[in-house]
Structure formats: C-alpha cells, structure tokens
Design a protein around this ligand. Structure first.
Ligand code: ARG
Length: 465
C-alpha cells in the first residue's frame, strides 16, 4: 500500500480528500536536500553503533545521493499520496535499496522534521544575512557618490535640522545591520541537533546522538557537537519558526520605513531623488506618471511578513505537548517569509542602486535658515544664557521673522538685541551650514568628521571578502 510506512494497523486507506487535506509535500519538498543530509548522517551513526552494517550504510548513501541528483534535475516523481517529503524520499529509497527498511531505525518523523528545519534555518539565515549585506552595500554606494550632499532631517515630517544625506542613508544601514545580526542569532539558536529525540521519548536502541550532530555540523565554537537536551521539548518546540518569522517581520518594518522615505523623496513635493525606471511603473491612463511601485510593494510586503509571524504565534499557542499535526502548518508561513524577505532585500538593493540624487533640490531644501534655529539657541547658551531662556528668545526671533515675512538670518541686529541682549554682531554666522555641521563632531552625529568615521566603519564591515 502507499501507506506502507504506517499502514500496519489500518484496514482502510485514507480518503482521497484526506490525502489532499493532509499532504505537505507540495511545500515541504524544498527540504529535500536537508532531509537527505539528515538521513545520511543518521545512517552513518547507525553503522557507527552497529545497528546496520557498513555495506547497508553505503547502499543507503548511494541511493540517497541518486535521489538527490534526480530531485535537483527535476526528474523525481513527487507523490501527494505519500504525504510529505520524508515519506516520498524514504519510499523512493525503498524501491532501490533493501537496506532502506532499516533507515528509520531509532528515528521518527518528529525528530526528522525538526532536524530538517534546523538545517534549513541555518541555511536560510545565512542567505538572508548575505542579501541584507547586499542592500547595505548598495546604500553605501549612494552615500559615497553623494558624500557632500546635505538635506533637512525631519521629525513629525517637518524640517528639523540639516544632515548629510549620507547620515540619513547610514541610519538605514544601521537598521539593516541589526537585521543581519538577528538572522545570525537565529542561526545560532538553530544550531542544536534534534535527532535521537525520536517521536517523543528517544529510543531504547544504543544510538550516539553526538556522532549524528557532528556529522551534520551542529557544533559549538570549539567544534563540540550540540544536541538538544529534552526529547519532549525537541519535538514540540517551534521557537525558531517564530524567531525567524519575527526577524523577517522586523526587517519588513525597516524596509517599509525606508521605502516610505524613498516614496516621499521621489514625489514632486520633495524631489530629492529620482527612482530608476527599472523599479517603477507607469499609469495606463496618465501618461506623465512614474509610480514608485517597487517601494510601495516593499511597504506592502511588510504586512505579509507580520501576518506570517502572527500565524505562527497563533498556531503554537495552547498546543499540548508534544507534537501535534497542527504543526505541519508551521512551514508555509516560514517559507513565505524567507522568499519575500530575500526578494525585498534584492529589490531594495536594485532600487537604490539606480536612484539619482537631485542635488539642487536637496541644496534648496536645506538652505532654509530655520533649520538652524536650534543652533541659534546654542549660540546664546555658549554666551551663558540658560537653554530654556535661549529657546524662548529664539522662538521670539522666529515669530518676528514670520511676521516680517523674512528669513531667520535677515533680522536687523538691533531687533535681535531687543529680543535678547546676549545677541552680538556675529549672531548671523550661526547660519553658515558648513560651520553648523562641523560643530556636530561627536560620535553618532552628522558632522563631516564623525561621518568620515562612519564611512570607514561601513566600508570595512561591508567589504566583500
Ligand atoms: N509532515 C509532518 C510535519 O511537517 C512531518 C511530521 C509528521 N509526524 C507525524 N507524527 N505525523 O509536521
């Protein structure tokens, strides 16, 4: 029967509807390389402890290698009635190699699927960390090409204080850097081998869990094998799924905020940047339109990434220990989060790579002297005026400028002195942008010296080895 793996106590086969309902091979087949690596390590261990012969191990390995080659060539026949990736591969092996009947010794699909997923998470986190670094590199290039460009920084979407464009881009690079680090953390958490937990309570057979863990690369920094410490927790635990989806969701939030800035910057109202044609679309009705669709989708995808996290939290909540079939639903959201996160990182890189900074527009926007009102208050503070009093005085200057319909640096000095006696002839020097930026020299600030250090830091950190 097609259910040779568990059909022994059954008299009737599953309904077609049940097969269709319960299959997971349509989505878990992507685990095949990890499932095969797990089976090879497991059978190597079985031979090592004498539960199978070396010849049986070699036959199993050769069979699994041939199956993997077929899968990679797209020639493997996946069968829905065999439920999942594990049984498809085991059945195919059984058709080729008699020893296949011994492969599942001291193993359950519960510790098997946990192992496949931990291997997959380690791989997936590595891929995403690389892709995120690629997006960071693309941003660093824009910063490098526009090193001297200044723009207003915003709070409440109101012009606040001047910054180098590079400082704004570096803020994005910082956000993405935390995402990369988060994926590396998740990969570390994944680095414990479940095999040997069995279905729930291990096995009566004399297996060597450390041998299997070593064979699969579940090693600590000193090269010692790491195996999970409680068989029940091992088959029930889905923390990694949630952590991974959370890392994707938070990356999505970051990308969404970056995309929103880019959408604003590319609008006629800002026009700080022109997005590349290759990542924009036109309107079927309005011939003049160039829409920032890639950025809007980056913003939209973050909703999907958050939804996947929510699915996993809800799926797991309230489940009794240990494995329940509900848990098969853990894979589609995780795979979708991976696929979408990978795409988003690539699309972000592509979009910023082709982006043109509109230097004149940036210069015009940052020339507003009001951006340096805080510097004017700092001028008074430097002359011994308490900050609150200085803030109030500059507020009065702003009010006067608005009343006179004049720029902040165009008030007659007598008027300034009437507002506060600490204003002297040199007060308008505050509005020299270069001077204002140079004063912001502390770590993390947008001054040219501090920024130069950040350029060095990112060039070093993001260098392709
Ligand atoms: N396809 C199953 C899953 O993804 C594999 C584990 C099945 N275990 C079981 N006891 N039915 O969860």
């Amino acid at each position: 029967s097609s259910q040779a793996t568990w059909g022994g106590r059954f008299t009737a086969a599953p309904a077609d509807l049940m097969l269709q309902f319960s299959e997971s091979v349509s989505f878990d087949r992507r685990l095949a390389p990890f499932d095969i690596a797990g089976s090879k390590a497991h059978s190597a261990m079985l031979a090592h402890v004498g539960l199978i012969t070396a010849a049986e191990r070699d036959a199993i390995h050769a069979g699994l290698d041939a199956i993997l080659a077929e899968i990679k060539a797209g020639k493997f026949k996946w069968e829905v009635k065999l439920e999942d990736v594990h049984m498809n591969i085991e059945q195919a092996l059984t058709r080729r190699v008699p020893a296949a009947a011994k492969l599942h010794t001291a193993r359950s699909r519960n510790d098997q699927v946990a192992t496949d997923m931990r291997l997959w998470f380690k791989h997936a986190c590595g891929v995403l960390a690389q892709k995120i670094a690629g997006a960071q590199r693309a941003l660093l290039e824009v910063a490098t090409a526009n090193r001297t460009v200044l723009i207003p920084g915003y709070t409440h979407l109101q012009r606040a204080q001047p910054v180098f464009l590079a400082h704004h881009l570096f803020a994005w690079i910082e956000m993405l850097d935390r995402d990369g680090a988060r994926f590396r953390d998740v990969a570390e958490h994944a680095n414990w081998c479940p095999l040997g937990a069995g279905a729930i309570a291990g096995t009566t057979l004399p297996i060597d869990r450390e041998f299997t863990a070593r064979a699969l690369g579940f090693l600590d920094a000193k090269g010692r094998p790491q195996v999970t410490q409680n068989s029940m927790d091992t088959v029930a635990d889905r923390d990694l799924f949630i952590e991974f989806a959370a890392a994707c969701a938070l990356f999505g939030v970051h990308v969404s905020r970056i995309a929103e800035d880019l959408i604003l910057w590319s609008s006629a109202e800002f026009k700080f940047a022109e997005l590349p044609d290759a990542f924009c679309t036109g309107s079927s009705l309005m011939p003049q339109k160039k829409n920032p669709d890639a950025c809007e989708l980056l913003r939209g995808k973050s909703a999907r990434l958050q939804g996947n996290l929510h699915t996993l939290l809800t799926l797991t909540k309230g489940l009794p220990l240990t494995y329940n079939r509900d848990l098969q639903e853990d894979k589609p959201p995780v795979f979708d989060s991976f696929d979408q996160t990978a795409l988003c990182a690539d699309v972000l890189a592509g979009t910023v790579t082709g982006m043109k900074i509109q230097v004149e527009r940036c210069a015009a926007a940052v020339s507003d002297p009001a951006l340096l009102a805080t510097d004017l208050a700092d001028y008074l503070v430097a002359k011994g005026v308490p900050f609150r009093e200085a803030h109030h005085a500059v507020g009065a200057v702003v009010r006067l400028a608005e009343k006179n319909n004049a720029a902040l640096n165009q008030i007659p000095t007598e008027e300034m002195k009437k507002i506060h006696p600490a204003f002297e002839e040199d007060w308008a020097e505050v509005f020299d942008l270069g001077r204002a930026l140079a004063k912001r020299s502390g770590t993390g600030m947008p001054g040219p010296g501090a920024l130069a250090k950040q350029f060095k830091r990112w060039e070093k950190k993001l260098r392709v080895e």
